[in-house]
Design a protein around this ligand. Structure first.
Ligand code: DHB
Length: 317
């Protein structure tokens, strides 16, 4: 029998069972899919973005299907950090999987306050900071599209926790690697690449935009090549780990992200098609490694063979 493949992922002293997570906003608070998947088969659950107060989110329509993807404008609807701590965390922390609390806010003080409230609780393993929601006026992209603000926010959060601090970056900027470098310098332990791309869909009969907010965030298989290129760019620019996100539907997609330079991946939109995608992806990565004689999944990170190709990314960096 072949040797057991090493799947564990260590981030700042926190150990996750494997390198496959479910992305924020696609798995609720981790307690809704318990009849559908065994959470202990995946590395962790990233919660829906938590804000200081409960948010209703944007009016409908707030989700539309597009070619190979999905356009959403949820507007950070969530139960608020206190209700999460009271009603969700006690259960979620017993599931045998990593818990990554995603935080959204409209000021640096509010980000800090939400993080501090979660920091006091047992059961949160890491923080992911959403600076890239395309669907709210305050906060969201006004942080994520400003490199100085993103850096300042990271600097403000860093001393408030010893746990892994992950900054989720938007692709809606000219050079995402500048942002990655800035947050690395400000003390971030990892970056998530990428959040959704701004998109628009129009009903030609009514001539109205399909989303109530006109534009929204595009996700799903349609964005995978864009996400891969961003992961490739960022992972060459920084030495902290990169969570690769964007259109992953199966193990092959996930392996592409690892080869491009991601240390771990998150499954997002595919959860709406099949909530067991992350479980299948984790098992598929393991069997790929067995088949190829790879002893540790980490051996795949950045292992794309680009020899005899000319990478133009090097000229951007
Ligand atoms: C929301 C939507 C997104 O596409 C995203 O990337 C982050 C947040 C939202 O509207 O809640």
């Amino acid at each position: 029998m072949s040797e057991q493949v090493k799947t564990a992922f260590e981030l700042k002293g926190v150990s996750f069972k494997n390198r496959v997570f479910v992305a924020s906003g696609t798995f609720g608070y981790g307690d809704e899919c318990l009849d559908l998947i065994d959470p202990s088969t995946i590395g962790g659950i990233v919660t829906k973005s938590l804000s200081r107060k409960r948010r209703e989110g944007n009016p409908p329509d707030r989700i539309v299907e597009t070619a190979g993807g999905m356009l959403n404008s949820i507007g950070l609807a969530n139960i608020g950090v206190e209700a999460f701590v009271r009603e969700k965390l006690p259960r979620v922390k017993t599931l045998g999987t990593g818990v990554v609390a995603n935080i959204a806010a409209s000021s640096i003080d509010e980000y800090c306050e939400v993080l501090e409230m979660l920091e006091r609780e047992e059961g949160v393993d890491a923080f992911e900071i959403n600076v890239s929601c395309p669907n709210v006026r305050e906060g969201g992209l006004s942080f994520g599209m400003s490199c100085p603000l993103t850096e300042e926010l990271t600097r403000a959060l860093r001393p408030r926790t010893r746990k892994p601090l992950i900054i989720k970056l938007t692709p809606n900027v000219s050079h995402i690697s500048e942002f990655a470098r800035a947050v690395e310098g400000a003390g971030a332990d990892a970056v998530s690449v990428i959040n959704t791309l701004i998109g628009l869909a129009i009903d030609v009969e009514t001539r109205k935009p399909k989303l109530s907010t006109v534009t929204g965030g595009l996700s799903g298989p349609a964005i995978k090549p864009v996400a891969l290129a961003k992961v490739y760019e960022v992972s060459r620019a920084v030495s902290i780990p990169v969570f690769g996100i964007g259109g992953i539907s199966d193990a092959r997609d996930a392996i592409e992200f690892l080869l491009a330079g991601a240390s771990a991946v998150q499954i997002g939109t595919a959860n709406f098609v099949d909530p067991s995608t992350a479980t299948r992806v984790a098992a598929g990565i393991e069997s790929y490694c067995s088949r190829h004689g790879i002893v540790d999944v980490s051996d795949l990170i950045g292992a794309m063979d680009a020899s005899q190709r000319v990478s133009v990314v090097d000229t951007w960096l």
